[in-house]
Design a protein. Structure first.
Length: 129
């Protein structure tokens, strides 16, 4: 008797939805999900430009070490810096940089503060009525 024939075969395609559901359950509300990919080399090297842009909205002492340069798409890179703001443990300053095709001029698209997996967040809102 062949015991292998009695057991149902599971393919990688059948196991994939279960893996996706498991990772989605671990996501925290408000924490961004990053796309993967190789960042534009010129924009990834523009750490000083990203830091200078963030210094335009906060004091230089509030910006910690450069943590990462993550690709958002073609010629679009997000630089992450540690936040040194009191009360924002685990948060990251970010600067989104872009450039035109074949251009060496960096453009700052967006700046701000993002939560990370280790950040302190308020509890989820629950309506009282």
């Amino acid at each position: 008797m062949n015991t292998e024939a009695e057991q149902p075969d599971t393919t990688a395609a059948e196991q994939a939805p279960a893996a996706v559901a498991k990772t989605e359950a671990k996501r925290r509300a408000g924490v961004p999900v990053w796309r993967t990919g190789k960042p534009d080399a010129f924009l990834a090297a523009a750490v000083a430009e990203a830091r200078t842009a963030i210094e335009g909205i906060t004091a230089p002492s509030d910006i910690g070490a450069h943590l990462a340069a993550k690709s958002e798409g073609d010629r679009l890179v997000t630089h992450l810096f540690e936040s040194m703001l009191p009360g924002y443990h685990g948060w990251h300053w970010y600067a989104v940089l872009t450039r035109n095709s074949r251009s060496k001029v960096v453009t700052v698209s967006e700046l701000g503060l993002l939560p990370s997996e280790d950040s302190t967040l308020s509890p989820e809102w629950v309506p009282w009525a």
